[in-house]
Design a binder for this molecule. Sequence first.
Ligand SMILES: Nc1ncnc2c1ncn2[C@@H]1O[C@H](COP(=O)(O)OP(=O)(O)O)[C@@H](O)[C@H]1O
Ligand SMILES: [Mg+2]
Length: 237
Amino acid sequence: MNDTHTHTPTVSINGLTKNYDTPAGSVQVLRDVNLKLYPGEMVAIMGPSGCGKSTMLYILGLLTLPSTGKYTIMGQDMFGLDKHQQASYRREYLGFILQSCNLFEHSTVYENLEYPLIYSRCPVSNRRKIIEEALDKVNLMHRVTFPTNQLSGGEQQRVAIARALVNNPKVLLGDEPTGQLDSKTSEMVMSYFKQIIAEHDTTMLIVTHDVTVAKHCTRAFQMREGVLEPAVFEKGV
Ligand SMILES: Nc1ncnc2c1ncn2[C@@H]1O[C@H](COP(=O)(O)OP(=O)(O)O)[C@@H](O)[C@H]1O
Ligand SMILES: [Mg+2]
């Protein structure tokens, strides 16, 4: 993708910085990060451990505030909103696939997918079909009645993926969403993401260590010590 976009970006961040105050002094984790994400894009962020990827994702997810910077979703300024308004944006527009899957471990797979539908006031009569379709896409229909604490790490990650997608979020934020999957399952999940993105003009930001995953994306960035720059891949890798 290039600068030929004429429509409003789904997500726009400008001059984002984040400092943490630690006993050893202030640590700058993000340095002037700028990024625009457009409908239908799947964008990768790569980079070594500790460079600030998760921090950036948490800020975009309205889970953490930056030290400075501007953030808009579909033109609406996010940091000008109060906590309740932010929560409603989070619920309505954002989908998360975080590293710790944050599942309700004593609830069944079905229930874990039903909770976001309840919050979004999806009619009871529509829920089963939506849940079964999402589980089918990640190959988990045979686990629908299992409590999630009886699933493997990879299965839990797939539940988290299905759960993030049931409400068709405008912006999907994934922190190593395929990190616990074997390569075949990872490919299956990436195709699913692409299908969802194409169908709903979703925007996805995906933090990954996996070059194969990054190559599925429309653009890729590398983060180095809090600085975001375009990633360059060698041809044929
Ligand atoms: N709450 C916090 N307080 C102080 N330092 C933090 C906090 N959270 C993250 N950090 C530091 O910020 C840096 C970036 O962390 P993170 O965004 O999790 O990196 P990544 O996801 O790229 O591995 C790390 O050095 C980490 O130790
Ligand atoms: Mg991280």
